[in-house]
Design a protein around this ligand. Structure first.
Ligand SMILES: O=P(O)(O)OC[C@H]1O[C@@H](O)[C@H](O)[C@@H](O)[C@@H]1O
Length: 300
């Protein structure tokens, strides 16, 4: 008999699913098809969810894995081809789909593996100011690890240029003690230094507010967390850029749904397609972005 439990729960205004397997627990909201929390038994959470998270309609929950699409961040900072698809003046940060309900296509169990499939079809749910035909599919597979895949199908007659990100919030023991492996030698744009392009010469450590777009990123990045003796591995395909973000002291005070001291216990690595890595999807073609999260322990 399977030890998997799938439960539909309502958190304030949001419909969610809580999945328990023999070894882990996952929480996913229908709004934004947003993974909210993920924890493996006997370990601290792997994905961070804010203790002040608000479960409100039309508002992204602080934490988990918000999906940024069809643009990332401030639209005006995106290449012209991405901006050109949008026809309104006010462009919300991180695109248009993180605060909308996606359609749940199904939850399938196979042994100890559970797969949730969501879709967002702009022909059925038109996006204000973005009059293009695209189908988005997001698949979440919970097994020994957690895998997700975001697919975009261009159903229109002209090419679509997108930026996007899986904006994952990770839980760490103390952001001042962790490092990120895999970025040495990469070029990055430092959005806090006037978008200057720099190069990462040593391993990345966090010593202040960090908001950077790394280019030509490798297929694997790892968060090395000595405090919890844990390495979190991000294995991705379909992405060559990543955002590394921590708000530190001052910005933490300005963020919504975010306790003043929470910056110490989280960091974001956002698996992305940005700047020179934006995606062009030709008519009737698909683009696929895959991210697999796993962890191992060391030193204990
Ligand atoms: O508050 P939001 O819209 O969820 O954005 C959070 C952060 O998202 C990151 O991706 C950006 O690089 C930051 O600049 C931003 O502050």
């Amino acid at each position: 008999m399977s030890n998997t439990q799938v439960e539909r729960v309502e958190l304030d205004q949001l419909i969610c699913w809580r999945i328990r397997t023999q070894r882990s627990e996952l929480l996913v909201a229908q709004q934004g098809a947003q993974i909210l929390a993920y924890q493996r038994d006997g370990q601290p959470p792997l994905i961070w969810l804010s203790p002040e998270a608000a479960y409100q309609r039309a508002q992204s929950v602080r934490g988990g894995v918000p999906i940024c699409w069809p643009w990332f961040g401030d639209l005006r900072r995106n290449p012209q081809a991405v901006q050109a698809h949008y026809q309104q003046v006010e462009a919300p940060a991180h695109g248009l789909v993180r605060g909308l309900d996606w359609q749940l296509l199904g939850i399938d169990e196979e042994g100890e593996q559970v797969t949730l499939r969501f879709a967002f079809d702009t022909q059925k749910e038109p996006l204000a100011g973005w009059p293009h035909a695209a189908l988005l599919q997001f698949e979440i597979r919970l097994a020994d690890d957690l895998a997700m895949s975001l697919q975009t199908h261009n159903r229109g007659e002209a090419p679509l240029t997108l930026s996007q990100a899986l904006h994952t919030y990770f839980a760490v023991s103390d952001v001042r003690q962790v490092s990120v492996d895999g970025l040495r030698g990469c070029r990055y744009v430092d959005t806090l230094q006037d978008w200057r392009e720099l190069r990462q010469d040593a391993e990345l450590r966090f010593v202040g507010e960090t908001d950077r777009i790394y280019m030509d990123t490798p297929a694997r990045l790892s968060i090395v967390d000595p405090g919890w003796g844990r390495r979190i591995h991000l294995d991705c395909s379909g992405s060559r850029s990543a955002v590394l973000w921590n708000p530190w002291v001052d910005k933490a005070r300005r963020l919504s749904q975010f306790p003043d001291d929470a910056w110490q216990n989280m960091l974001c690595i956002e698996t992305a397609n940005l700047l020179e890595d934006v995606v062009q999807v030709k008519p009737d073609e698909w683009h696929r972005l895959d991210l697999r999260l796993s962890s191992d322990s060391f030193g204990h």
